[in-house]
Design a protein around this ligand. Sequence first.
Ligand SMILES: C[S@@+](CC[C@H](N)C(=O)[O-])C[C@H]1O[C@@H](n2cnc3c(N)ncnc32)[C@H](O)[C@@H]1O
Length: 215
Amino acid sequence: MFLLDHPEVRQCTPWSDKALKKTVDEWIAIAGLTQSSRVLDIGCGYGLFTIEIARRGHFAVGVEYAEGVFLDMARKLSAEAGVKVKWVGDRFPCEVGEEFDLVCIINNLSLWKRPLEIIEEIKHRLKREGFLITGCSSQFCSFPEYRTGPWIVRGDGSIIDTRTGKGIRLKDAWMKETVKRTHTSLEQVLHEAGFIIIATNPWLVGKVPAEQNII
Ligand SMILES: C[S@@+](CC[C@H](N)C(=O)[O-])C[C@H]1O[C@@H](n2cnc3c(N)ncnc32)[C@H](O)[C@@H]1O
């Protein structure tokens, strides 16, 4: 069964399997992952991205504090997919391991309310030349009228539905503004923290430079 065929999961996300797989393939290509690569997915929810990453042979860790709501389902989905993932039921920053090649932090505006702290914690866990990918997609899926998607929120705050390639007009302008502000300020903070910004649309991608010492 495809991950997204689970009724419980289907209710909560606009992602299609095709779009999910395409997105994960994109991230893997951006980060140049190899079979021995290590990936951390922070605030992984149902672990949709984590499982797709692990399915491609990478060592994947998914951290999520909502055990009963999300992580139990993530465990069930990975078991059904026959994929090995290290699930951590805790609130990041916490013990998740280190030396990651890629850290994903997707649809997690709440974590980005303390960007400096979180970015420093991520940096400690990234390899030199490791990547951080962040961004928003299904941020608005809890509103039934918006259940189209998956959506990709671009750095300028515009939103496209990846199924149609068309823009979405949000009724809630403040949401769009929040996402846009977060994207812009994160870009700034990543830059200040010494990351090289290698992409801003649709994902914000930062890379730790080779020569930088990670404390
Ligand atoms: C909007 S969901 C996104 C889930 C997933 N990344 C996705 O895009 O499908 C945000 C998730 O992050 C989790 N979360 C928020 N803050 C967290 C933290 N400090 N540590 C671990 N999980 C966190 C929430 O419980 C929630 O499941």
